[in-house]
Design a protein around this ligand. Structure first.
Ligand code: PMT
Length: 220
């Protein structure tokens, strides 16, 4: 237990990957394990918050005292998150697929004889973080930026473009941190104020440190 400083506050967290179906047996996804988002949900619940965790498909148990809403696709994640835009704090940790196949084939796609290449038509998915940044008036909005190059420049660009209060910058080119690893190393960037860097540590400890920093910025 970390005290009750967040009692009476509602926290929305998205976590994990999404799966975008191509046909009944295939989908497009990524390596997110959900660990970072689940650790943040646990840290918020430990502090007394009411936590709604909108989760893509992962192999993790629901943290104690957290309401988990299971979803599969980016579209479903968007709809589930959109019904909790009244939260006081939003932490958008999910690795949401930016694009989804335009249509799902009803039957398993067949390998046509003589065809060496195929093209899949994709459409953009709704940007949940950006929506919260521009429309959730009373929410403190914190997103992540998973980058493999120009990490800081791209993260700062996301802070502005998505109208977030905070972006947590993650270099996912290093396999020892970030996606699907037990540890992470991030820098928190703020719309107002100096960046706050954290050394590499396990995701539970990091979640706790991130939550303490957010509380200091956002709770009086
Ligand atoms: O799940 P783990 O294995 O523990 O790994 C954790 C993590 C590396 C996935 C996590 O720390 C992280 O960096 N999450 C963000 C992953 C991501 O997709 O980043 P992005 O830079 O593509 O997206 C930027 C932000 O917009 C993110 O907050 C993302 O949740 C949000 N977004 C993106 C697209 C979309 N359609 N909707 C969104 O809300």
């Amino acid at each position: 237990e970390r005290g009750d400083r967040m009692t009476g506050k509602k926290v929305l967290i998205t976590a994990g990957p999404t799966q975008e179906p191509l046909d009944p047996v295939r989908y497009i996804t990524n390596h997110s394990s959900g660990r970072m988002g689940y650790a943040l949900a646990e840290a918020a619940a430990d502090r007394g918050a009411k936590v709604v965790l909108v989760s893509g498909p992962v192999n993790l148990d629901a943290p104690r005292g957290v309401e988990v809403v299971d979803v599969v696709t980016a579209d479903q994640m968007w709809r589930a998150a959109d019904s909790h835009m009244d939260a006081d704090l939003g932490l958008f940790t999910a690795a949401v697929s930016d694009f989804a196949p335009v249509s799902m084939q009803d039957q398993k796609m067949k390998k046509e004889q003589g065809t060496e290449q195929m093209t899949i038509e994709m459409k953009k998915t709704p940007d949940i973080l950006k929506h919260a940044g521009f429309h959730a008036k009373d929410m403190y909005v914190a997103g992540f930026a998973a980058e493999t190059e120009n990490v800081e420049a791209y993260a700062l660009d996301k802070l502005k473009r998505k109208n977030a209060d905070c972006i947590i910058m993650n270099d996912v080119s290093n396999p020892d941190i970030g996606m699907n690893s037990p540890d992470n190393e991030v820098v928190m960037l703020f719309r107002d104020g100096e960046p706050v860097p954290f050394e590499k540590m396990d995701k539970q400890s990091l979640a706790s440190a991130i939550m303490d920093t957010l509380q200091d910025r956002w709770l009086d």
